[in-house]
Design a binder for this molecule. Sequence first.
Ligand SMILES: C[S@@+](CC[C@H](N)C(=O)[O-])C[C@H]1O[C@@H](n2cnc3c(N)ncnc32)[C@H](O)[C@@H]1O
Length: 413
Amino acid sequence: MTSPYPLGLRLAGRRVVVVGGGAVATRRVPALLDAGADVLLVAPEISPALQAHADAGRLRWIPRRFAPDDLDDAWLVHVAIDDPAAAATVSAAAEQRRIFCVRADDREAATAWTPAVTRHGPVTVAVLGGGDPRRAMTVRDAIRTLLRERKGTLLTPAVEQGAPINTPTGSPGRVALVGAGPGDPELITVRGWRLLTEADVVVADRLVPGLLLDELRTGVELVDASKIPYGPSRTQEEINRILVDRAQAGAFVVRLKGGDPYVFGRGGEELLACAAAGVPVTVVPGVTSSIAAPAAAGIPVTHRAVAHEFTVVSGHVAPDSAASLVRWDALAALRGTLVILMGLKNLPAITATLLRHGRPADTPAAVVQEATTGAQRILRSTLAEVAEDVAAAGVRPPAVVVVGDVVGVLPSL
Ligand SMILES: C[S@@+](CC[C@H](N)C(=O)[O-])C[C@H]1O[C@@H](n2cnc3c(N)ncnc32)[C@H](O)[C@@H]1O
């Protein structure tokens, strides 16, 4: 058997015809769209997912059986039907036009094979299994695990930016603001995790899951932002300075922040500081505790016919303080869910203000401490009593307070 000749096809703007609208086409089309291909789908019927692509104008669908002329402007054809006679017709038309033809039904009849693929930023690993797709997938899975869990220097930030491996030092650095999620180390995003494993410097917050840091590769400089002295604003200045300095020295710096970087996380200030210094920044959103903590306690922030809105608010500043930017009177008038972060210290004043402005005293309320971690605690109460209950139970930060009918909507697990 001859060896296949591997290529990376650059399909942007080039016509690719997909024949068939079932499960195989549904799986293949997204990668073609991601490659920028001009996808023409030919099939009498198509799946709802393909229909959604067609409705959104991402591809053109011809709702009928294949005709040889469909291939006239094509560079590649994917046959995703299991009728051998119909598939052979497509193959013959492709052969005649010298267009490569991928066959889902018959690998031997195909003139091109699709590899098993794993993508890591701009790096794509494609594996051909010598005609055995399962072998290809097994090898691909092993490589994917290796790349995700690696602690070496396989994919450096420079490689991710397109430079060859072993880029000479002195290459420009950059910063990624990465949301680490609410506490469970498994709740970081795939991209966040990948960037973390590639960092030269990690600047981590107090609320970042410790287990994530346990898995950093050796040689990474770990800066614990919660140990930086000075007051809150000086601390932020110092963090900004560290991000900029390290990046300007050529490092790839991951600023790892609890939850989402932009939800009461000062991520915007850090981005502005980097931008002002000309340091490129990537932002990776995170799973915010404002939604994850209620969810971990079995509380959906919205629920049909119960709450069609939720408001996330900081309770850091007392409601009667001149510095407060929150309209607590307006929040009291809402029917929907209120999620209060950093609200424990001011909880008596917050609940009193909500009650004074008309939110009913028996509105269900819950407090979730250290959500999604092994130390998670849940306290259920009412708006009138939650502040006292929190004090009596000794609930500590970090905790999220949820006020609204959603609190009781699901059975406690
Ligand atoms: C400075 S804010 C940062 C919020 C974070 N950026 C986010 O999106 O979740 C810190 C507050 O988030 C909440 N919080 C963060 N992690 C939490 C957790 N695991 N359980 C409960 N509350 C949490 C608490 O209200 C805490 O005081």
